[in-house]
Design a protein around this ligand. Structure first.
Ligand code: UDP
Length: 263
């Protein structure tokens, strides 16, 4: 990319060349468009509550590595590090009120992540399912797709915009809507096991498992609404350890990391 000039053809050419580079890079990756789901708790790092800026910057680095390869990135972020509706309800709060508070928590996390990504030079858009126009675009599917095509990272905030749902369901819903190739669910564990690896040292990890087998074996990957939506739309889910450096890039490169759930 050496051509820099004011002439309109030069600009056009430069743009063409850039698009060409993106397409070439992107063709080398297994996944061209991903939906990354990050839980709110993941942002806490070693804290008990809130957002750890160091963890946020680490995640931004991981995301930059795949962005540089031309992968189109949509992100849904949870709010569990700040507020969960169900926790409010258990303390006597109205569930719907609590769920809206939880949705607003995801917007706070989305803004924090947006800032961290932009600090590393990536272009981003935050789109929210609840209208908060001073800080985010309202969610519009076609617009989101256009941003992705232009190489902007799109963060979807406020979940589905409805109480009684989770951000896992929002992740699958948005993933299906924008035609993502895969849902990448970043967690603290490195995949799906036949038993809880933190309690059972003999637990065996699956490299790959079908949606049907997850149900038959009673394994817990996502809540049932999210899981069924993914299954019905044949949208694979990769569960992986987001805290291990390089994992995100390896997955997008087609390496066996974590556990893939597919039809
Ligand atoms: N929430 C909601 N509807 C949605 C998504 C989220 O009501 O579509 C609320 C719900 O109260 C939830 C909270 O937002 O507990 C935070 O989301 P979630 O628990 O999924 O976050 P995570 O566990 O991923 O951090």
């Amino acid at each position: 990319m050496t051509i820099v000039g004011q002439h309109s053809f030069c600009k056009y050419y430069k743009k063409r060349e850039y698009v060409y580079i993106c397409i070439t890079k992107n063709n080398m990756m297994k996944y061209k468009r991903i939906l990354l789901k990050l839980s709110g708790e993941a942002l806490m790092g070693d804290r008990q509550y809130g957002i750890d800026p160091k963890r946020l910057a680490e995640y931004a680095d991981e995301i930059k590595d795949i962005h540089d390869k031309g992968v189109e990135i949509a992100i849904v972020i949870g709010g569990g590090n700040i507020f969960r509706g169900i926790a409010g309800a258990s303390n006597g709060m109205d569930r719907v009120q609590g769920d809206y508070m939880g949705m607003l928590a995801t917007v706070i996390n989305g803004m924090a992540l947006q800032g961290a990504l932009e600090d590393k030079g990536m272009l981003t858009r935050l789109q929210t399912a609840l209208k908060i126009e001073a800080i985010a675009e309202p969610y519009i599917k076609r617009r989101a797709v256009r941003h992705l095509e232009k190489g902007r990272i799109v963060i979807f905030g406020a979940g589905t915009g409805n109480p009684y749902f989770t951000t896992d369901t929002a992740a699958v819903l948005r993933g299906v809507e924008v035609h993502a190739d895969v849902i990448l669910k970043g967690t603290r564990v490195d995949g799906i096991y036949d038993a809880d690896p933190e309690k059972n040292p003999n637990a065996v990890k699956f490299e790959s498992i079908t949606f049907d087998d997850v149900i038959k074996k009673g394994l817990n990957v996502m809540d049932s609404t999210a899981f069924t939506l993914s299954q019905e739309n044949a949208l694979p889910i990769v569960v992986f350890d987001m805290n291990k450096k390089g994992n995100l890039l390896k997955i997008c490169n087609g390496e066996n990391v974590g556990t893939v759930v597919k039809i």
